[in-house]
Design a protein around this ligand. Sequence first.
Ligand code: SPV
Ligand code: MN
Length: 627
Amino acid sequence: MEDESLKATLDVDSYQKLKKIDNPELIRFITRYRELCSPDDVFVCTGSREDVQYIRAEAIRSGEEKELAIEGHTVHFDGYYDQARDKKNTKFLLPPDVDLGPGINAMDRDEGLKEIHEILRGIMRGHRMYVLFFCLGPLNSQFSIPAVQITDSSYVAHSECLLYRQGYTEFVRLGRSNRFFKFVHSAGELDARKTSINIAKRRIYIDLETETVYSTNTQYGGNTIGLKKLALRLALNRASKEGWLTEHMFIMGVHGPDGRVTYFTGAFPSLCGKTSTSMLKGESIVGDDIAYLRNKNGVIRAVNPEKGIFGIIQGVNSRDDPIIWNALHAPGEIIFSNVLVTDAKMPYWSGNDSSDPPTRGYNHAGEWVAGARDEDGNEIPVSHPNARFTLDMHLLENLDPELDNPEGVEIRGIIYGGRDSDTRVPVEESFDWVHGVITMGAALESETTAATLGTGGERKINPMSNLDFLSIPIGRYIENHLRFGMVDNPPRIFAVNYFLKDADGNFLNARNDKAVWLKWMELRTHNEIGAIKTPTGLIPRYNDLKKLFLIVRGLEYQEEAYTKQFTVRVPENLAKLERVEKFYRTKVPDTPQTLFIVLEEQRKRLIQAREEFGDYISPFALADAGL
Ligand code: SPV
Ligand code: MN
């Protein structure tokens, strides 16, 4: 009957495409939302070149994207009040017996399902419904999860074709055994600029039970691209049941001596250098945002569920980000969002160093002139701070060849980074897995940028930089990490801090010093370079860094700079421990006891060292730990 119903409303071509997939659950899902949402017609995408090109052409024809001067480039705008993830209206739908703990936005499942299905009723009238199939992770891989996306936005469909591996063949291959994620999205009614009108009915509801996410009346990618942060939450919940990890991490290859490539993952809250680290010249990128990690016969391996980048464009300039810059200026399929479009149909964004800033153009607010203000009296910047570019990583010159390896890459190091003006040294290794998970991952903090006040901002704890996406209680999430590292040789855990300042508020490091830290970490994972033991971890020796600075950056690294950067700041470290402990004692009822024990040990080491060396301890005063 479902089959008949589908046949009656689909054109022959779409019907034939779906017929090849033997999965009644899938057919039921598509039938249900076609009936409920009432689109004018349906387009089923098999991922063929022809189908994908059709979607791109439709994005332009419908007006959701407009062509720019360089071949392949388009621009999309989200509504003025739809420029970021909507945390308030993103909720887990939970049955009465499930509790994710405080700090995770949730509501009653039945109530939420009822509400969202009322919103979805008839929402696609006048629109086309796209049905797309993807695979989160390489095809034919134990890591991977197939996913189906229903959307009435050709921009969302187009974005996903750039960001994710096509999965139609996986659906055909897996048939009834397929356990896939499901996403239903509608941008809802659109205005003349093709942006969502009914923002008051913007909802992102996540049903863990059926692994389905519903998203309505929004276009911004973080709310609508089901396979990105919506799938991250579903995958994290599934991973927790199956003993693997879903992380908000890049994956990159760091190039060591003699052509050796060592893979690292890295977790950084937004605006802390995550993409720029994964994009460093001379290294190679596997992914910039999400990683699935598994223990494969005692070895930790990871894949990127994505194949593209939805990256922040603000601040991208030719000097600091040459690889992205080159890609953004060459012909190729790129969607720019919420940038300014000049009269010459070129994209422009804050921090772009190509020419004088334009004084007029078209941006997320519509026709724009310099100094224009919005309804609330706020000055409208040339581009939105969350303006982005979307591209397939195959456009990048530094794409790592292992991207599609179904076995993933072996991870030898995990890096946690935050914006920290006064506490942590620039790079530091943990004593062991548990110490790293607790004092570097679970204790990850970042300062909100308070540039206008000229002071360090407010610090926010963001465990593993994954707090926004946790779909299990925080304590259980940390417990999963502790357990995950119980293998013979777990990856080494490192913390980096690119934002350390001196007492006068000057940064102690140059932006590209991170290139040196990466090489040091790479050598550490192969036991090829020594370290100094401090109360909080293992830090580089001066002589080693001196050599590396010369090789990597061609610079003479001064002893004075080293001393300032790597001085152990005892009072600040003790204050940090207190903040972290307070957070877990008051906000995380299921915190594993190990966390408090490890924090306490660190406190004791700091206090003991203070007795011997004082509040600020020069790295030269401390003992060498050897390899
Ligand atoms: C992030 O904010 O971490 C992003 C962009 O990667 S979003 O898709 O909005 O999550
Ligand atoms: Mn992200």
